[in-house]
Design a binder for this molecule. Structure first.
Ligand SMILES: Cc1ncc(COP(=O)(O)O)c(C=O)c1O
Length: 391
């Protein structure tokens, strides 16, 4: 049997290879420090797990969910956006419950584009955006995210043709992999660009809770007119360490939300009702777990940046997300440097070119191990004196 052409064309999972290499090294008994992945290391807070345990014991929870999610969850999402961002969301028409943000990101091109249409994607960017591109048979143009522009796309550099062709644009702030954050002005510019050129915007707010130095990341929907042009995808994966639970949502423009809901009516029923109730507890219960989690990431970030600087590595601290985006030393490609670190230092990192052409020259380091391991990882790297010439 042959796979359909569409499936054959799906992008190769760039980081599957890294996972394989790391597993092989661990199987050889090597003490690998894995800074390569994006899986939160801390457990889901106990009050959320308890809500789930109680809900699973209730036979009502064993039935099909309503197709578009439990009303309690839709209400909780509305309460969350009002409380956190002072944004009004209509639970009936402006919420789509998702099996994690990834589902919405992959579904949207299928839901609102036609084959051959053009999308705008950030480069470097989250690789799974390309899965939606291939499944919907659309094309894409990239928007480079450069250090000199704080990892925000420079809309002045988009050609008139590209602006006219583009029907859908993805943004992601706080950003994976660069750790950049968006400003109010940038979002205002985005709304203007979208209105002038009739572009739908999806802002991927997966790391919405994780901002450093006392600065909370802002929501795209706080921008005047944002709801006229787009949606924001949120996930409980990072904010509440619920990556395995698969629960997220999209909020914003009712027509776009309806398109997502419609495609999902045909693909799924909805999430396990007990997970939806646990999500209600996460979004509306005690939020001190979120502050504690962000402090953990911020401390790890500070430890990493301090250790790198002491090793002579000229690095910039990320402003948000749980990643650091570090330049590779002269004379190496991203892949060569990542391979070398794994081979010689037993430190796994993600090569920047896996996130796009403009990821070349960087590696991505996850702040997902404790500070002791971060210090040990930099110590191992320092031994090779890579950074002498850059000091
Ligand atoms: C930028 C970005 N968007 C979306 C996701 C997917 O999140 P979820 O677990 O909700 O599918 C991730 C996960 O790593 C991510 O990094």
């Amino acid at each position: 049997m042959e796979l359909s052409t569409k499936l054959q064309n799906l992008p190769k999972q760039f980081f599957a290879n890294l996972v394989k290499q790391v597993s092989a090294a661990i199987a050889e008994g090597r003490d690998v420090i894995n800074l390569g992945q994006g899986n939160p290391d801390q457990p889901t807070p106990a009050h959320i797990v308890k809500a789930m345990q109680e809900a699973t014991a209730d036979p009502q929870m064993h039935k099909y969910s309503p197709f578009r999610g439990l009303p309690e969850l839709r209400e909780a999402i509305t309460t969350f956006y009002k409380r956190e961002y002072d944004v009004d969301i209509d639970p009936a028409t402006e919420v789509s419950v998702l099996f994690g943000a990834k589902a919405g990101l992959v579904e949207l091109p299928l839901a609102i584009l036609n084959p051959g249409d053009t999308m705008l994607l950030p480069d470097p960017g989250y690789p799974d955006y390309l899965s939606g591109v291939t499944l919907a048979d659309v094309r894409f143009e990239t928007m480079p995210l450069l250090a000199e522009n704080d990892f925000l796309p420079n809309y002045q550099k988009l050609s008139e043709d590209v602006k006219k062709q583009a029907k859908l644009m993805y943004l992601n702030y706080p950003n994976n992999p660069t750790g950049g954050v968006a400003t109010k002005e940038f979002y205002e510019e985005t709304v203007k660009l979208a209105k002038e050129n009739d572009i739908t915007v999806l802002q991927d707010f997966a790391y919405g809770a994780i901002g450093f130095d006392g600065k909370r990341p802002i929501s795209f929907l706080q921008t005047e007119g944002a709801k006229d042009v787009g949606i924001e995808c949120y996930t409980l994966s990072k904010t509440y360490n619920m990556a395995g639970w698969r629960v997220g949502f999209a909020v914003g423009n009712a027509q776009i939300v309806e398109a997502l809901n419609l495609i999902q009516d045909h693909l799924f029923v909805s999430l396990f009702p007990a997970i939806q109730l646990a999500a209600v507890e996460a979004l509306t219960g005690d939020q001190s777990c979120v502050t504690e989690q962000v402090t953990i990431y911020e401390n790890r970030r500070n430890t990493l940046i301090k250790a790198c600087k002491e090793a002579g590595w000229s690095v910039t601290a990320p402003k948000g997300s749980f990643f650091a985006w570090l330049p590779v030393p002269k004379g190496f490609t991203s892949q060569e440097f990542a391979d070398l670190l794994l081979e010689k230092a037993d430190v796994a990192v993600a090569a920047g070119n896996g996130f796009g052409e403009y990821g070349e020259g960087y590696i991505r380091v996850g702040l997902l191990v404790d500070e002791k391991q971060i210090i040990e990882a930099v110590k191992r790297i320092k031994k090779f004196n890579f950074f002498k010439e850059t000091v």
